[in-house]
Ligand binder design. Structure first.
Ligand SMILES: [Zn+2]
Length: 355
């Protein structure tokens, strides 16, 4: 069973307001289709289903906590990224929560980013999706290719790992290189590798079409039990507050998604598209937002149901630990959050090793 984690930095579920939200404006036919004619907006989620994991469920939405949109190929949920901590969610602590299943911001007492501080780094090294899965015999990969200058900057100490490469390298998994990109074993951060030519000056880098990049994501994911692709340009576009650039970025992303969806076998595993915090969905501010982030699960209904059951189980245990048994209303209304993702992936992939 496979799990492809498509990580989009800085993408929340925002309002249906095309003057501030590029998701309400950009032409994204593949995503639109996948979501049964809905855009990736908070309004795509239906009214809350007040059903817990251990009650009988009728349909996939009953397996999740909080509101959900269920279509033929996908289930969309919202994840709380604030994690009970004041302030705006940040990348290092949010990504660490996704990768470890631990409420890292609550342990720190604040949200932190963009790069991990020593405390966040410690959480990541102690146990994350990559090293936990590798220890239990699953193979994992980060599908991004890194240029030579990245490795030299890390080696010289001029650059610190961000949370995801730190998690990967702490598992003993090698980051992919320019050679991997050339030989089709990795994907550039901008999907097409155009930036490798124009910004890094690596003129010989082969360019992929957006559709081919999506197809390559699907094909590479079949080589691993768990693979992740990190797309951080979405957070940059959010900070940039340029609506035209943001829409153009989303339209590129949608073409990649088209190639990915055409090549993906829904019975081979699930694709999870999620984020660490909101940003891009509200260009009225150059800061992050407190909006929930999307958790878009793509795959056969039975596989989605399995994934959601593990996520709900994790959420229920977490919520019961936080609230009294008499506070059942609060328990029912609580949404999934970032910390429910790692246990859901581990459960889905059949590993019993906790992190
Ligand atoms: Zn940011």
């Amino acid at each position: 069973m496979k799990c492809l984690f498509l990580f989009l930095d800085g993408v929340g579920l925002g309002p249906d307001n095309p003057s501030v939200n590029p998701f309400a404006r950009a032409s994204m036919p593949n995503l639109h289709n996948l979501l049964g004619g809905n855009r990736l907006l908070l309004s795509a989620l239906q009214k809350p289903k007040l059903r817990t994991a251990d009650q009988p469920s009728h349909g996939l939405s009953g397996l999740s906590r909080g509101p959900a949109l269920v279509t033929a190929r996908a289930t969309l949920l919202g994840l709380d990224a604030c994690l009970g901590v004041a302030g705006l969610p940040q990348s290092a602590s949010g990504q660490a929560a996704l990768l470890t299943g631990q409420n890292v911001p609550a342990s720190l007492g604040f949200h932190y980013g963009p790069k991990p501080n020593p405390a966040v780094a410690e959480f990541l090294r102690n146990g994350n999706l990559f090293n936990t899965l590798e220890k239990s015999g699953r193979n994992t990969a980060l599908l991004n290719a890194y240029p030579p200058r990245y490795f030299s900057a890390i080696q010289s100490g001029r650059r610190l790992y961000s949370a995801i490469p730190l998690a990967v390298t702490s598992a003993g998994v090698a980051l992919k290189t320019s050679q991997d990109l050339v030989t089709g074993r990795a994907i550039a951060a901008d999907f097409t590798a155009n930036g490798w030519r124009t910004q890094l000056g690596l003129k010989d880098t082969p360019i992929l079409s957006t559709r081919d990049a999506g197809e390559r994501l699907a094909n590479l994911a079949q080589n691993y039990d768990f693979s992740l692709f990190e797309y951080w340009l979405s957070d940059y576009a959010g900070h940039g507050q340029d609506m035209e650039a943001a829409c153009s970025l989303l339209e590129t992303l949608d073409q990649v998604l088209g190639g990915l969806l055409d090549a993906w076998d829904d019975w081979s595993g699930v694709i999870l598209l999620t984020s660490d915090h909101g940003n891009l969905e509200d260009l009225s501010t150059r800061k992050h937002t407190t909006n929930p982030v999307p958790a878009l699960l793509i795959g056969a209904p039975e596989l989605r149901a399995s994934w959601l059951q593990f996520a709900s189980r994790a959420a229920l245990a977490r919520i019961q630990a936080e609230t009294t048994h008499t506070d059942s209303k609060k328990q029912n209304e609580e949404w999934l959050n970032l910390t429910d993702v790692a246990p859901a992936i581990l459960g889905f992939l059949g590993t019993r090793v906790g992190i």
